[in-house]
Design a protein around this ligand. Structure first.
Ligand SMILES: [Cu+2]
Length: 128
């Protein structure tokens, strides 16, 4: 009986963890981080466009935005990019998709008052 309960809890955690992998999940609900995906991503040097707004939809320009891209396979150095000024809530971040394949992009926003928000986005870059 007890063993079954433990197994049930473990299963529940696994299920919940699975749900958290949703493509665009934000850690702080009062800040909205959006990655522009209207132009398909390609391998190589690019510029990511990230929009930052508060809960009321007001653009935030004075945050620092840091982006880290990790590939889902082992043995890769992460790709990094950052910028500390936006225009009308839009931040343009130089970034290198150094290889085709599956990436997990972590976007972190830090406000002048120290508040932070982050978002994980899964991105697949075509291999050619
Ligand atoms: Cu790789």
């Amino acid at each position: 009986m007890r063993k079954w309960t433990v197994a049930g809890v473990v299963l529940l955690i696994v299920v919940l963890a699975g749900c958290r992998q949703s493509p665009q999940a934000t850690s702080t609900p009062d800040l909205e981080i959006t990655l522009d995906t209207t132009t398909p991503f390609k391998m190589g040097q690019t510029e990511l466009v990230v929009t930052l707004k508060d809960a009321q939809g007001t653009p935030i320009d004075n945050a620092k935005i840091e982006v880290q891209g990790d590939m889902t396979h082992a043995g890769m150095k992460p790709s990094l990019g950052s910028v500390d000024k936006g225009t009308q809530g839009q931040y343009k971040i130089p970034f290198d998709w150094s290889m085709g394949g599956d990436w997990v992009l972590t976007i972190k926003a830090t406000l002048p008052d120290g508040r932070t928000a982050s978002k994980r986005i899964e991105v697949t870059i075509p291999t050619s």
